[in-house]
Design a protein around this ligand. Structure first.
Ligand code: NAD
Length: 282
């Protein structure tokens, strides 16, 4: 399937990474965010990330310009009209995502594929009542997107075989490896990862060990590249809290209940790296 252009809805942490990965693989990309300021922030995030590769000598100046030249930014949804694939990466909130998708289907072609990067919401719920539900699917990327190889392709009950195949082709085109998961909250990776992260938070909350020792324990004892609390800070505690709520809604298992410290930190604006403070100061 030809993806020219790819449209990305939301140029935050994930949307910027998706745009950068696709542009690095040669695809034209259009990023839509809410207003000029948010578009400028997305541009700065992408330029910073690609710029770091150039500064490390991993990209030439020409390649740097080429990648950035493939990405355009807009605050107007109508500018996404020609997209063959739209990947939605707005905040993890069902009402917000549904409202944006309802506007989007009025703008794009009926055969354009529509993917959500949701971490925990059901694709069926996002696509419910929308025209042509067979073209909806989940494309769940991992942070930082330009570095992480995996994308989970989430196939909902009404996602067509052609949509799934096109998504697999797209993953290969942008240099990712795909695994396929059913439309269940958490898919494969978060369903396994989140109980582990919550266990680390509970351990910290109970004063069992310091954040640094919990993290070093898992790095040095299990060979993990990053400890669980540093990983929580990287994912974003606000995002994690919403993911826990969705997982608990779906399965009603105590391992998905956010511990009190997670809610208190989110309420206090301690979102992790993006707020320069979480379990660690940045
Ligand atoms: N953070 C992670 O590690 C991670 C990993 C996988 C998936 N996800 C999922 O990706 C999605 C985005 O997460 P994020 O961490 O990038 O969030 P973020 O807060 O960094 O970015 C969200 C972006 O969406 C924009 N936005 C809000 N309303 C919009 C609208 N109406 N139209 C266009 N843009 C709009 C915001 O301005 C912001 O730039 C969520 O569904 C999240 O669950 C996150």
């Amino acid at each position: 399937m030809k993806v020219e252009p790819l449209a990305v809805l939301g140029g935050g942490l994930m949307g910027s990474g998706i745009a950068e990965s696709a542009a690095s693989a040669g695809l034209p990309v259009i990023v839509r965010d809410v207003d000029k300021e948010a578009c400028a922030a997305a541009r700065a995030r992408i330029e910073g990330s690609v710029g770091r590769l150039r500064d490390k000598g991993r990209l030439t100046d020409a390649r740097f310009e080429e990648i950035l030249g493939r990405i355009s930014y807009t605050a107007e949804l109508e500018d996404l009209a020609d997209a063959d694939l739209v990947i939605e990466a707005v905040p993890e909130n069902l009402e917000l995502k549904r409202a944006i998708l309802a506007e989007l289907v009025e703008v794009v072609a009926p055969e354009a594929l529509i993917a959500s990067n949701t971490s925990s919401l059901a694709i069926a719920q996002l696509a419910s009542g929308m025209p042509a539900p067979e073209r909806f699917l989940g494309l769940h990327f991992f942070s930082p997107v330009p570095v992480m190889a995996l994308v989970e392709i989430v196939v909902a009950l009404r996602t067509s075989e052609a949509t799934r195949e096109a998504a697999e082709g797209f993953a290969v085109t942008i240099g990712k490896e795909a695994i396929v998961a059913k439309d269940r909250s958490g898919f494969v990776v978060n369903m396994l990862l989140v109980p582990y992260l919550m266990a680390a938070m509970r351990m910290y909350e109970e004063g069992f060990a310091t954040a640094a020792d919990i993290d070093r324990g898992m790095q040095l004892g299990c060979g993990h590249p990053m400890g669980p609390l540093a990983l929580c800070d990287m994912i974003g505690l606000d995002v994690l809290c919403m993911v826990c709520d969705s997982l608990y809604d779906e399965y009603r298992r105590p391992e998905y209940v956010p511990p009190p410290i997670l809610r208190r930190m989110v309420e206090s604006g301690l979102f992790g790296r993006k707020a320069n403070a979480g379990f660690y100061e940045y």
